[in-house]
Design a protein around this ligand. Structure first.
Ligand code: C2O
Ligand code: CU
Length: 506
């Protein structure tokens, strides 16, 4: 599977880049070519002065978390009001080994209810930060779960009923990195050569504060922020970097390219891919992550390579060479294009009588014709059983489809782009649906948690407007429709089987 680009970094591009830098100093170069093409031309220069990229602070398994309004440096000392986790945008990056018990005391310092949802983490319902479990202002809640999944980058963000979009747009988000022995054995570049990049768009008002005007189709801001920094620059030594990229926008899609060279893609939502692969461009939607290695060995002192979004034409981040040749001794051999990453990813196999559920993402507010109802349980899924879920849409896409409670494997895409991409291999928890596309995934809820989970469009304005549903993961031996007492968490509200999530058998 996978539509592999033949394009590779070209000698001409590097020469062009160096020539431009030599002649004109800070001339931004970026790909303006069609998606997934390395054909590129000069991008508009970065506006204003360049600001040092903010690196989120570290957090560990018991770091306290507070959401509150505050002032944040949006770059170069220009302070703006925003909603912040622990005083920062993004909030701290949790780094937690697999197997660890996470116990995060959270305090809501906002003037509205909020929750903390651990997007990509497979946790009990009571720790999932669902709209049902809102934390009211000035109160606290202990989020507790054991990390029982492979290494990868997840993230956390608010998920309150009807207000997820505005709280995220105003700044609430942070990264969550899991480590494990399999990944450690690869000796990939580590701090300061491993850098999380939380990419989003934003609007800033005249006073310099973050502003938000949601519209039904989805919010699109007028400037990019990388780790909360406008016109961001990172000084790079002449070595390989590992960028942990998260798209934290409300609705904007990004098509990432480098002004020179390709990404060596090694991971996505659910951790490392089976194989390292060079890709020239990566199309990503809100909630998706990629793990890429970038060769900065050829970026000499003062030379630059830009991370560019070809959809908007924005330069997101400028990498500027320091000229320092400190290849870290701890870094092992960088996996080459096509190298196996020595990870074990079992293929989910559908049983002969597989349950197939079909979900139609209708308009901008409904799934299978229904607007979200907090008290409706749309269907029940037996745990530890592979099912096929089919997502389709006719219009009003893109819809990034996100599922709580399990990772899935993308099996096929028909219509629209008609292909699967390199970054859709392995394990995913969010998959992009363009107009007229049908995407089929295989999913198995085997995290050991029965209870209520969510599926929704991760275009946050669509989610808040109702493009979301609840489902229940249940004991496969219990009868469907069993009483809530059969679940390991209390289930509020009436519990019935609605005519949603049409079930059919092959
Ligand atoms: Cu990232 Cu239900 O969300
Ligand atoms: Cu949508």
């Amino acid at each position: 599977m996978g539509a592999k680009d033949g394009a590779r970094p070209g000698v001409n591009r590097r020469l062009l880049l160096q020539g431009a830098v030599g002649a004109g100093g800070l001339v931004a170069l970026g790909g303006l070519g069609a998606a997934r093409s390395m054909v590129s031309a000069a991008a508009p220069p970065v506006k204003g002065s360049l600001n040092k990229l903010f690196i989120p602070l570290p957090a560990h398994a018991t770091t306290e978390l507070t959401a509150a309004p505050g002032l944040t440096d949006l770059g170069g000392g220009s302070m703006g009001r925003a909603l912040l986790y622990n005083g920062h945008l993004p909030g701290p990056t949790f780094v937690v080994p697999k197997g660890q018990l996470v116990s995060v005391p959270f305090t809501n310092g906002l003037d509205a209810p909020t929750t903390v949802h651990w997007h990509g983490l497979i946790v009990p319902t009571v720790a999932d930060g669902q709209p049902h479990d809102a934390i009211v202002p000035k109160s606290s809640y202990l989020y507790q779960f054991t990390v029982n999944q492979r290494a990868g980058m997840s993230w956390y963000h608010p998920h309150p009923h009807l207000a997820t979009a505005s709280q995220v747009a105003y700044g609430l988000a942070g990264g969550f990195i899991i480590r494990d022995d399999v990944e450690d054995a690869l000796n990939l570049p580590s701090d300061p050569y491993e850098v999380p990049l939380v990419i989003r768009d934003a609007n800033v008002d005249k006073a310099g504060n973050l502003s938000y005007n949601g519209k039904a189709s989805g919010f699109t801001g007028s400037i990019p922020l990388v780790n909360g920094t406008r016109d961001a620059q990172l000084e790079v030594d002449q070595t390989w970097y590992r960028f942990r990229i998260l798209i934290g926008s409300n609705s904007r899609l990004f098509n990432l390219t480098l002004s020179s060279g390709a990404f060596r893609l090694i991971g996505n939502d659910g951790g490392l891919l089976p194989t390292a692969v060079d890709v020239a461009a990566i199309e990503l939607s809100p909630g998706e992550r990629v793990d890429v290695l970038v060769d900065c060995t050829g970026i000499g002192a003062g030379e630059t390579v830009n991370l560019v979004d070809t959809n908007s034409g924005w330069t997101l981040l400028r990498l500027t060479g320091t000229g320092a040749l400190n290849a870290p001794t701890s870094v092992g051999r960088i996996p080459a294009d096509g190298d196996a990453l020595c990870v074990d990813i079992p293929t989910l196999v559908a049983p002969a009588d597989v349950t197939r559920r079909t979900f139609s993402f209708d308009g901008m507010t409904r799934i299978n014709g229904l607007v979200y109802d907090m008290d409706r349980i749309s269907f029940e899924v037996p745990e530890n059983t592979v099912e096929e879920w089919v997502f389709r849409t006719n219009g009003n896409a893109p819809h990034p489809v996100h599922i709580h409670g399990a990772s899935f494997q993308v099996v096929s895409r028909t219509g629209g782009r008609r292909t699967l991409f390199e970054w859709e291999a392995g394990w995913k928890d969010t998959v992009l649906l363009h107009d007229r596309e049908t995407v089929t995934v295989r999913i198995r809820f085997d995290g050991g948690h029965r209870g209520r989970y969510l599926m929704h469009c991760h275009k946050l304005e669509h989610e808040d407007a109702g493009m979301m549903l609840n489902f229940m993961v249940v004991d496969p031996n219990a009868q469907l429709g069993a009483s809530p007492a059969a679940y390991d968490t209390a289930v509020p509200g009436p519990h019935g089987m609605a005519a949603q999530g049409h079930v059919s058998h092959k």
